[in-house]
Write a protein that binds this ligand. Sequence first.
Ligand SMILES: [Zn+2]
Ligand SMILES: [Zn+2]
Length: 343
Amino acid sequence: MLRKLAYATIALLAAATVLAWVNRDVLVDRAIQARLQQQPDRSFLTDKEHVRVLICGTGSPEISSAKAQACTLVSAGGKMFLFDVGDGAVRSLAHSKIPVNQLERVYITHFHSDHFNDLATLINAGWIWGRKSPLEVQGPVGTKQVLDGFAQAYALDEGYRSTNMPHLAKNRAVAFGVPLEITFAEGQHAVRVYDKDGVTIDATLVAHDPVKPALGYVLKYKGKKVFISGDTEVSPVNMDAMRDANLAIHESYAAHMVRRAIPQMKKLGMDFEATVAERTIPYHADNMALAKQAQEAGVKHLLLTHLIPYPDSFVVRQMYTENMAEHYKGKITVAQDGMTLVL
Ligand SMILES: [Zn+2]
Ligand SMILES: [Zn+2]
């Protein structure tokens, strides 16, 4: 009986193989068509009623299981704004089927590498994949220096591709971003950097010493307010930006976990890691202080990103927000790469 079954299985497999071989062209064509027919997610461009958010990166300089470093996409009025472009951001956006050649503008919070590691890749990909106009990159003073450096580094690539593809040669300027530097007058704390079709974006100084200037951004549309903190310690300077925000996409540092880990690092001879941990505590947003500030500011939803230490296990995830709810009565979410929100 068993032997009969084995023979029948072999015969069936052989028949399937012959059939697949005979129809291989059809199968290959079908696979090609399926690949070509994959459509981008256009909801971020077509939805003009809501503010849509895609968390495209939750990582930090820590080497972690996050798909990407700092990356937040916010769309409003059918325009897509990207806040920070850390390593892996472009792949993460592609994974979420975002048409990266149709961004309205990129905003950089500050020039720690985990916030712009993938910026050159983004500009280059936009040019290769049909972007019509040069991408505007707006950020603190230093934006021009960074873009000039990329332009130099990518000059050879631009030359080769332009030679090969006349349509790219015609669009040469798109291979390089347009730097727009944000400056503040003496004593000024916030400045409007975008105002079109009902969407406003304000840049606001945050506290990330010794990084100066470090910026956060406030986007408003149809009565909704979103604060993107960038990297900042919890500081009264952020109160205006946070006040009554429907959503605060805030960097987060579980200091209670790091403090607990430092003696263990030292015990294990990981003095280097212990020193790094000790030095990062003061210039990031301690979860507990952040919970208190979010409560005081009337934030409705606190979305934690730039997660340190990265909560890559169930236990760490549980510990990560421990006791925050005692101080903050709104909604707390620990972000994950690929998470979307509609406001
Ligand atoms: Zn960072
Ligand atoms: Zn930073």
